[in-house]
Design a protein around this ligand. Structure first.
Ligand code: AMP
Length: 483
């Protein structure tokens, strides 16, 4: 199928061609026509599938006619994080370059008065995080009664971050006759309920099975110990042809300490985590995108949904506590047709987490042996050898990891290592994502970790916490208002 078959305008097609896209991705092929026909839509699609363009492209053509009125945005896109909101704004700029659409971005961390000024003039597209939108709505700065198109993006992330009540409230403020598009990587019951309540006879599409991982990502589990992790990681970084890598850790403290350790060892690394101000996060991301650093150590919340092109490797320094985080993390590589590699460092304590990941993704991930000998802190020499990595990738060293007992000689865990606590007899929820700075207790085998947190985690992202930042607004974050 060609883009030209989808019913998009010539101007939009021109922008698509200039973006270098030759054919629509499956989600675009399935979604664009129904959206142009004003249908409601539920799309089960992960980031990396081209889902952003699947709603941005038809929206541009839908909004091409008509005029924005003061304080009454014509369409609203809800995003769970500032970074995702900024990326969607970039997409509108790219694909909407031959249209005269106005846009505003309502996100924490950006000067509120600029955002209010943009709204006052009237915008065709409002891209917002739920917290900041509710804030402005409650101050009477915004009216949603003229908003005839709503996009709820990354709905499962919204759920994880406790935004569903806000979204429900926002939905009630929009006209009932609106068009609603809902995108989610998974469809847990609260999202299904939300869709049943607020969508009208939606067209449903699914481009990737729930919890599935991308075939173009080579995956491996690397066995190591808590004390040997840094050295194992350095060994992998040296053995692999790492062009650009994102390294995920479960805690913000680990992100900071690991970045420092990598820098001490001569790697060009940076960090991004939820405690950083928006300006600092953007600066670090820009350094990564520009190639000033080629390794970004990240926490889940900060990196959620980031579309950074050409990431050759993802390393899970810590195995994620939540299996769906695994899918999201490794989805940072192997995007849009490129291939990528994803390595997950595992210790004996991770057996349960890995079992949950393998269950969710219906796959057995090859295991390879990393550094198990006692490391010298921040030593320069890796103990993993490139040969064993290659063998394992070729399927030569596949074996099932058995939970290993801590040996008497092994010292207590370093600060970033998961602390252990006696297991409770009942099931315990995995710790909230990025919720605490101090190491959080986590379930240990044989405790069963549920597939996902039973309740939405209320607070984890400081989504709108740093609203006092009044620094310069990067071009792609500022509202664009036509003369
Ligand atoms: P998304 O899933 O929206 O985050 O998009 C993932 C990546 O795919 C982005 O870098 C897009 O620029 C890219 N992309 C979107 N549509 C296409 C397409 N039709 N062909 C190639 N790349 C695409």
């Amino acid at each position: 199928m060609n883009f030209a078959d989808l019913g998009l305008s010539d101007e939009t097609l021109r922008a698509v061609t200039e973006a270098g896209y030759t054919e629509p991705t499956p989600v675009q092929a399935a979604a664009i026509q129904p959206v142009l026909m004003m249908r409601d839509l539920i799309a089960i699609a992960q980031t990396g599938t081209g889902k952003t363009a699947s709603f941005v492209l038809p929206m541009i053509d839908i909004l091409a006619h008509g005029r924005a009125r003061a304080r009454m945005p014509r369409s609203l896109i809800l995003e769970p994080t500032r970074e995702l909101a900024a990326q969607v704004a970039e997409n509108f700029e790219k694909y909407g370059q031959y249209h005269k659409l106005s846009m505003a971005l309502l996100i924490g961390g950006v000067n509120m008065s600029d955002q209010v000024a943009a709204l006052e003039k009237g915008v065709d597209v409002l891209i917002a995080t739920p917290g900041r939108l509710m804030d402005l709505f409650q101050r009477g700065k915004i009216l949603l009664t003229g908003c005839s198109l709503l996009v709820i993006d990354e709905a499962d992330r919204m759920l994880d971050m406790g935004f569903i009540p806000d979204i429900e409230e926002i939905c009630t403020k929009l006209p009932a006759s609106r068009q609603t598009l809902l995108f989610s990587a998974t469809m847990p019951p609260p999202i299904k309920k939300l869709a049943d309540k607020f969508l009208n006879n939606p067209k449903q599409i699914e481009v990737a099975r729930t919890g599935s991982t991308n075939d173009s990502i080579e995956q491996a589990l690397v066995e190591t110990t808590s004390r040997g992790k840094r050295e194992t990681l350095r060994g992998l970084l040296r053995a692999e042809d790492v062009k650009t890598a994102i390294i995920f850790a479960n805690r913000k403290t680990t992100v900071r300490e690991l970045n420092q350790s990598l820098q001490r060892n001569g790697f060009a690394s940076g960090e991004i985590h939820g405690d950083m101000e928006q300006s600092a996060r953007i600066k670090e991301l820009d350094r990564f995108k520009a190639g000033a650093i080629n390794i970004l150590v990240a926490s889940d919340v900060a990196a959620r949904g980031l579309d950074i092109k050409g990431v050759s490797h993802v390393f899970n320094y810590d195995a994620p506590w939540h299996p769906d985080d695994y899918v999201h993390r490794i989805g940072r590589t192997g995007r849009a047709g490129a291939t990528g590699k994803a390595f997950t460092l595992i210790t004996a304590e991770d057996a349960e987490n890995i079992a949950n990941i393998e269950k969710l993704t219906s796959q057995k991930i090859p295991r390879i042996t990393g550094a198990a000998k006692a490391p010298t802190e921040d030593a320069a020499e890796p103990t993993i050898d490139a040969g064993s990595v290659r063998d394992a990738e070729a399927g030569g060293d596949e074996r099932v990891a058995k939970p290993r007992r801590r040996r008497g000689g092994e010292r207590a865990a370093k600060p970033e290592a998961a602390p252990e606590r006696a297991a409770k007899p009942e099931r315990a929820a995995p710790p909230p994502r990025e919720a605490s700075e101090t190491p959080a207790p986590r379930p240990v085998a044989p405790q069963r970790a549920p597939a996902r947190a039973p309740e939405p985690v209320a607070e984890p992202i400081a989504a709108d916490a740093d609203i006092n930042w009044n620094g310069p607004v990067p071009a792609f974050l500022s509202a664009r208002i036509p003369d």
